[in-house]
Design a protein around this ligand. Structure first.
Ligand SMILES: Cc1cc2nc3c(=O)[nH]c(=O)nc-3n(C[C@H](O)[C@H](O)[C@H](O)COP(=O)(O)OP(=O)(O)OC[C@H]3O[C@@H](n4cnc5c(N)ncnc54)[C@H](O)[C@@H]3O)c2cc1C
Length: 758
């Protein structure tokens, strides 16, 4: 007899009484407090004694935090499935992935007809449910390009727009008793949800058999279908039959239902707080223990059960079955719900074989150990997924995604110490620090993650006044190649602390950063559009104006190919770290005069408002970006002419220069691994064709005195020499040998370990 191996769950079934709505809600809250996994509600829209189930579930979702909420089961005939799809996805999004959908074909047809519903025969009702599932799943599939078209007997969709996608893969559990609907459950359901009081002995086994056969006939693994059971009884002191006796008897009665009949979710039908409490305290724990023990003795792992279709998409070389239990819940495979949200990065399309969305340092360590054991399989580390140069996605490999490690904590008001997880995004950091009147110099884009930027450099709106992001780092916690968690600071592992400020990706996975923020109040921010027909002259004058400006001015220029009939337009952004309008205007003046001004916008605003410029949508990168980077001291006439020539070649579709210098150059060149401190400008060019870009870049390349790794996609070994001056690279190689001798962190700009320890 089957144990399908699903993690054991417990729920409550609360009467949605309209007489005492507060009591209904408080019983749901009690379920959460008592440790139940889900709270469920029946749905009888024709019944005035009951609250409307959707409204109630939404209310309960808002009044609880952890517990899942499910319909048990939803009345299909009175609810159009397209609307069910939208309601379910909406509630799931609002409740952060806590909604689950129990669905029924209908009953009480007189009452349904009285409410304007259509009476169906039992067979018709099952066919309608079959179509409804297609409608619901079709609308949830927001990633599919075409609108939903379903030409059913009962439901027709004629190009309905898909979406919203729910927050998680909402399972559809079917309330079923008869063979036809059991077969549908096997073919299409994610769960079977009958009620024990309506079953005769042997019905569970027979039902499982029908479901399993239908599942196999549809090419599914029967284990894909969770088995849930509504149960009821009483805790009478003496045994009076099934589930009517002391708690120990309940344990004895329920254990065979779990281990032999495969029922892995038990839902207690009771509105009695005492019964709910007794069950939670005296039945759930021994049942969990007994099931865990039994499964361990049989070597059966509990975790999400993947469909045959998902298993078929597994990639070679990854020992999926060997994934430690601690990572089962955070693993996303090709074909899993949510894979499309994690496969790619902002700029690069990816097809990884396994994404581990870790939520704790312990999981980072487990994930790294697992990835290390998969010989020849690429491994990427991802924080915010905005890497241009890094490889935070791959093809067929493993990704350790630390986006969930995104806490931002103020440690000390007096010293402005802040601890930040690598998964936080810079717009969130700026927003969290703004109320304190603080900011940390970061890049120009709010969507960029802390992990990638704070291990590479960090050139942004405050660079000339406040330096690089890494210049504010005071310590970090990092998981090293051998799995140890190390502290890096001037006092602890100072060499490592030096290395991760510029070459962090080669040394481990940083799990938290401690920064010292600066006091930054409101700032001036301007966007100026120029006619850059005299392209070389424009760049030369912009460079000179930036270099002549006081440090509170940082600027950036973006230039692209001219659009049909228009003169070439350069967009200049200027941040002035001053809140006084006169000072801001005074600083902007020289920059506004470098070329014919076509448009301008200037305001006093907060750093957080400037950084709030990114979308929270999942990354949808395609292809493989080609970008080249260079650091340069001055925009000389020769370099400006080279820019003009490069842009005229048509090879570059996006050209950008950020100001550096100022406070960045105050830090001694050998204080951090960041390569070149004495440049005043960081240049980046994106091209559609890598070979043509590389060729065109050869001409401009001699002007540079280094490059910034974050904007370089040419990973040839000689680029390392451009990124790190000789002695820096030597020291990095020696440290790499000490901290990562096996070169575990190599899918990047790889610093090969030195052959000797130095
Ligand atoms: C639109 C856009 C704007 C940008 N603007 C700027 C800018 O103004 N200034 C600037 O300096 N840069 C800028 N960048 C570049 C950006 O800083 C880098 O690409 C940075 O690495 C992205 O960090 P991430 O965490 O988002 O990226 P991810 O793609 O997650 O990571 C990039 C690489 O960093 C490494 N890494 C990530 N997390 C960790 C970790 N926790 N521990 C160790 N290594 C890790 C990995 O090697 C990874 O491949 C920009 C990039 C984009 C796409």
């Amino acid at each position: 007899m089957p144990d399908y191996g699903h993690p054991l769950r417990f729920g409550t079934f609360i009467q949605p009484s309209s007489q005492q709505p507060d009591l209904t809600v408080s019983l749901a809250q009690l379920s959460e407090q008592l440790g139940y996994d889900l709270v469920t509600f029946q749905d009888h829209p024709y019944q005035p004694a009951y609250l409307d189930t959707w409204t109630l579930m939404t209310w309960v979702a808002a009044r609880t935090e952890r517990i899942a909420i499910a319909s048990n089961v939803l009345n299909l005939p009175l609810r159009p499935p397209a609307v069910i799809a939208r309601s379910a996805a909406s509630l799931d999004l609002l409740a952060a992935g806590r909604f689950e959908l129990g669905l029924g074909a209908g009953g009480f047809w007189d009452a349904i007809e009285a409410m304007g519903g259509r009476r169906l025969s039992p067979g018709q009702a099952v066919d309608a449910l079959d179509e409804a599932i297609e409608v619901i799943r079709g609308l949830w599939a927001a990633g599919e390009p075409a609108p939903t078209r379903i030409d059913g007997t009962y439901y027709q969709l004629r190009g309905a727009k898909r979406g919203p996608a729910p927050a998680h893969d909402i399972p559809i559990w079917i309330g079923a008793y008869k063979p036809r609907i059991l077969r549908l459950t096997g073919r299409k359901g994610d769960g079977w949800l009958p009620s024990l009081p309506y079953l005769k002995p042997g019905d569970l086994q027979a039902g499982n058999q029908v479901i399993d056969e239908a599942a196999r006939a549809a090419g599914r693994d029967p284990a894909e279908i969770r088995r849930l059971l509504n149960i009821s009884g009483s805790f009478s002191p003496a045994s009076r039959g099934l589930l009517n006796g002391p708690p120990e008897q309940w344990v004895d009665d329920l254990l065979p239902l779990i281990l032999q009949d495969g029922m892995s979710t038990l839902i207690v039908m009771a509105d009695d707080p005492d019964l709910m409490q007794t069950f939670a305290e005296q039945v759930m724990p021994p049942l969990r223990e007994a099931v865990e023990k039994d499964r361990a003795s049989r070597g059966q792992a509990a975790g999400p059960v993947r469909s045959a279709a998902v298993l078929a998409r597994r990639r070679d070389g990854i020992d999926y079955d060997g994934l430690p239990a601690s990572l089962a819940e955070v693993a996303v495979e090709p074909g899993d719900f949510g894979y499309s949200r994690v496969r790619s990065t902002y700029m690069r399309g990816g097809a990884p074989g396994l994404v581990l969305r870790v939520t704790s340092v312990a999981q980072v360590i487990d994930a790294l150990a697992f990835a290390r054991d998969q010989e020849g399989v690429p491994m990427s580390v991802r924080s915010g997924g905005h890497g241009v140069s890094g490889r935070s996605t791959n093809d067929g490999g493993i990704i350790i995604d630390v986006a969930a490690l995104n806490a931002i904590e103020i440690l000390d008001e007096a010293t402005r110490r802040v601890r930040i997880g690598p998964g936080a995004r810079w717009m969130d950091v700026a927003a969290a620090l703004a109320p304190h009147g603080w900011a940390i110099s970061s890049g120009d884009y709010g969507g960029v993650g802390v992990g990638g930027l704070a291990t590479a450099g960090g050139i942004g709106w405050l660079a000339r006044e406040h330096g690089l992001t890494i210049d504010h780092l005071r310590s970090a916690q990092i998981v090293l190649a051998d799995g140890t968690l190390a502290a890096a600071s001037p006092q602890q592992n100072p060499d490592l602390f030096w290395a991760i400020r510029g070459a962090g990706a080669n040394f481990g996975i940083v799990t938290s950063f401690e920064f010292e923020a600066d006091e930054v109040g409101d700032i001036g921010f301007a966007q100026l559009a120029f006619d850059a027909s005299d392209t070389a002259g424009f760049f030369e004058r912009w460079g000179a104006a930036v270099e002549a400006a006081p440090r509170e001015v940082s600027s950036e220029v973006i230039f692209g190919p001219p659009r049909g009939g228009q003169p070439p337009i350069a967009q200049v952004m200027v941040a002035v770290d001053a809140a006084d309008a006169d000072t801001v205007l005074d600083r902007l003046q020289p920059l506004a005069q470098i070329a014919p001004l076509l448009g301008s916008d200037a305001r006093i605003t907060s750093y957080a408002a400037v950084m709030a410029n990114a979308s929270p949508d999942p990354h949808q990168g395609h292809g493989d970006p080609a970008a080249r980077s260079g650091l340069i001291r001055h925009i000389t006439p020769e370099f400006a002419a080279a820019i003009e020539k490069l842009m005229a070649s048509g090879v570059v579709y996006f050209f950008q220069i950020r100001s550096v210098g100022g406070a960045v150059a105050d830090v001694p060149a050998d204080a951090t691994a960041f390569g070149t401190r004495d440049a005043n400008f960081a240049v980046v060019a994106f091209g559609a064709d890598r070979a043509r870009l590389d060729k065109a870049w050869e001409e401009i390349y001699p002007h540079f005195r280094g490059l910034y790794l974050s904007f370089e996609t040419d990973t040839r070994a000689e680029r390392l020499g451009d990124a790190f001056p000789g002695p820096t690279l030597e020291r990095l190689r020696t440290l790499k040998r000490r901290y990562d001798p096996g070169n575990v962190f190599r899918d990047n700009f790889n610093i090969a370990p030195s052959p000797t320890l130095g």
